[in-house]
Design a protein around this ligand. Structure first.
Ligand code: GLA
Length: 649
């Protein structure tokens, strides 16, 4: 019986082997998702031979080359504004004094590969000559220069069919005889996952551009749901380049971004300055366990398993029979997330070995997989069925605190220690640490005898004000316990905002403190539209010609969180798309009070009159003003909450 089972498992593996299914591909240029660097996210048009060759040096010196990063890719703005007499693109002689050929030779001498950029249009996005109807000429130049990779954009495409434009370039590249990876940068407009491979591309962008913010990461992530079916060796979905290390996100957010991109089999193209990156950034980009998930295609790109709006579980089968899982906290407060080995597709195996890919530590679990997650953080595990029995049980410490505490009033903190393994946590203790201006009222350390398998233990502390203290409190809890592997410890610090006095009378929402904000592009603006992506660069708010002197300017997906403390009764605003989008964009608005949806608008589009959105907020402690992307991605989704007004006691 056992032998039979093994044979049928082997047959199944062969049936799924990608090499069999896609054997007609002449050369597999991207058997695994391409890894490397691209200039755009950090440097925009400031490209040069100096930057690219120093980046190649840094890629080797930092250890990235050894970890698999190979392509050094020049994005837009490398060429002059005119083609030469022979109709060829000319590298800007100031930026690239030894030409692209000289630079390619240098990059190759480092054991790396060089990538370049053009658009399937008349001009690139930055207005330089591009390759539509010049495909063969340009492909020949790149091949002659020793280019190994082309990112082919979609600007100024004259409305001509995408498939034709991209196929023409793929053919031209093939005609050169040089293997050149073709990355279709079509922004997902014509569902390139359906035709990108047959058009001759090895990867295709699925969305508009990423920006260096966590809401951009989430906005892009949401558009990957369902695309996993189209990914396989030599044909990859591309959720855009990495922003890790560019400064706009926290370390936890960058780790989440990198974990998710790896789970999605995304190309891993660093977009930061490799020459000056911090040790923290280097550690993220060089996490070999996470890279191994990205580079392994076990039959399917990672996919969304479950979610509740705050937390999500994403999982991916690995080719050795293990599974990788990302537990993601999308919310601006610390959270716990859990799933089961069955839910993430693992066979029933009695015991599992669980490796935390961000700490390298290993645990034993029975069936539940759980993690305590910081604000906008992710845990990433790889889980092997049928082993782990000699390891410490998977245990999780989760600290709970209200998101907002009131000034000079006592508040409660709570912590739970979970045991999801099959051996006990012995003599556990938990110790709370009070923030400045507060003290633990009672014993800071609490103890119990043990936490049995599949059980948890919860303790609470009262924190009393001692005077002073800032506008934020941080409570730390550390736990100690003994397992079959000896003494263990865990700790977590969570924070809460100290409430300002709640609003009174009739107030403009834009004049109140925000507990937290999330925004799809740049910061949320007060009393102006979203503008570009810089703080304070909004325009006077205007919806279909109607101007608003006050309000909140947002970009989908967006959440503005405000403390009402139960003091208000109603909210109203005129909502719609700001006129600065020139008729583009589509968004939906909602008002959510203490996690309950109180009002929801239909989808508003550009050049459409605003609508009145009102909500009864009686008794609501915390209100969220949320904007979604109208269901079609967030390009141009500039959303105005015009004259957003709260009526309070
Ligand atoms: C488009 C692409 C970006 C970048 C710029 C360059 O926006 O989507 O990734 O290449 O053009 O101008």
């Amino acid at each position: 019986m056992r032998r039979l089972a093994t044979i049928s498992a082997l047959v199944l593996v062969f049936a799924l082997t990608p090499a069999t299914a896609y054997a007609d591909e002449p050369v597999q240029l991207a058997k695994t998702p391409p890894m490397g660097w691209n200039s755009w996210n950090k440097f925009g048009c400031e490209v040069s031979d100096k930057l690219v060759s120093e980046t190649a040096d840094a890629m080797v010196a930092s250890g990235m080359a050894k970890a698999g990063y190979r392509y050094v890719n020049i994005d837009d703005c490398w060429m002059t504004h005119e083609r030469n007499a022979a109709g060829e693109l000319v590298p800007d002689p100031v930026k690239f004094p030894r030409g692209i050929k000289g630079l390619a030779d240098y990059v190759h001498s480092k054991g790396l590969k060089l990538g370049i950029y053009s658009s399937a249009g008349t001009l690139t996005c930055a207005g330089y000559p591009a390759s539509l109807d010049h495909e063969q000429t340009d492909a020949n130049s790149w091949a002659a220069w020793g280019v190994d990779y082309l990112k082919y954009d979609n600007c100024n495409n004259q409305g001509r069919p995408a498939i034709e434009r991209y196929t023409a370039m793929a053919k031209a590249l093939r005609n050169t005889g040089r293997p050149i990876v073709l990355s279709l940068c079509e922004w997902g407009q014509n569902k390139p996952w359906l035709w990108g491979e047959s058009a001759g591309g090895q990867l295709w962008r699925t969305t508009g551009d990423i920006t260096d913010s966590f809401s951009s990461v989430l906005g892009i992530l949401d558009q990957q749901v369902g695309l996993e079916a189209y990914s396989h060796p030599n044909a990859w979905n591309d959720p855009d380049m990495l922003e890790v290390g560019n400064g706009g996100m926290t370390e936890a957010e960058y780790r989440a971004h990198f974990s998710l991109w790896a789970l999605l089999n995304a190309p891993l193209l660093a977009g930061n300055d490799l020459r000056t990156m911090s040790e923290a950034t280097r550690k993220i980009l060089l996490n070999r366990d996470v890279i191994a998930v990205d580079q392994d295609w076990g039959g399917r790109q990672g996919a969304l398993v479950s979610g509740n709006g705050q937390t999500q579980i994403w999982a991916k089968p690995m080719s050795d029979g293990s599974a990788a899982v990302v537990l993601l906290n999308r919310s601006p407060i610390a959270a716990m997330a859990a799933t089961t080995t069955a839910a993430i597709g693992l066979p029933d195996a009695g015991s599992y070995r669980v490796r935390d890919l961000w700490t390298g530590r290993e645990y034993q679990a029975d069936a539940m997989i759980r993690a305590s997650l910081p604000v906008h953080g992710a845990a990433m595990f790889r889980i092997w069925p049928g082993s782990g029995r000699t390891l410490s049980p998977l245990s999780t410490l989760s600290v709970g605190l209200d998101e907002v505490v009131e000034k000079d009033r006592p508040f409660q903190a709570l912590a739970t220690l979970y045991n999801d393994g099959s051996t006990p946590l012995l003599v556990p203790s938990m110790t709370a640490t009070a923030p400045a201006g507060w003290k633990v009222d009672g014993a800071a350390t609490v103890r119990t005898r043990k936490v049995e398998p599949h059980q948890s233990w919860t303790a609470t502390w009262k924190l009393a004000p001692t005077g002073g203290g800032g506008d934020k409190v941080e409570v730390g809890v550390s736990a100690r316990y003994v397992t079959i592997r000896g003494q263990q410890q865990a700790s977590q610090t969570v924070s809460a905002v100290v409430a300002q006095p709640p609003p009174a009378g009739q107030v403009q929402a834009s004049s109140l403190p925000f507990i937290s904000t999330g925004n799809g592009w740049g910061p949320v603006e007060r009393n102006t539209s979203n503008g570009e992506n810089q703080p304070g660069d909004g325009n006077p708010m205007s919806i279909d010609g109607v101007k608003f002197a006050t309000g909140i300017g947002a970009h989908a997906p967006s959440t503005v969180r405000i403390y009402l403390g139960g003091h208000c009764t109603s909210f109203s605003a005129t909502v719609g798309v700001d006129d600065e989008t020139h008729g583009n964009g589509s968004v939906g608005f909602s008002v959510v009070g203490d996690d309950r949806t109180l009002a929801q608008s239909p989808v508003f589009r550009g050049n459409q009159a605003g609508g009145q959105l009102t909500a009864d907020v009686t008794g609501v402690r915390i209100v969220d003003l949320r904007v979604n992307d109208g269901g079609d991605g967030n390009t141009w989704d500039h959303a105005d909450w015009g004259a957003a007004t709260l009526t309070c006691n």
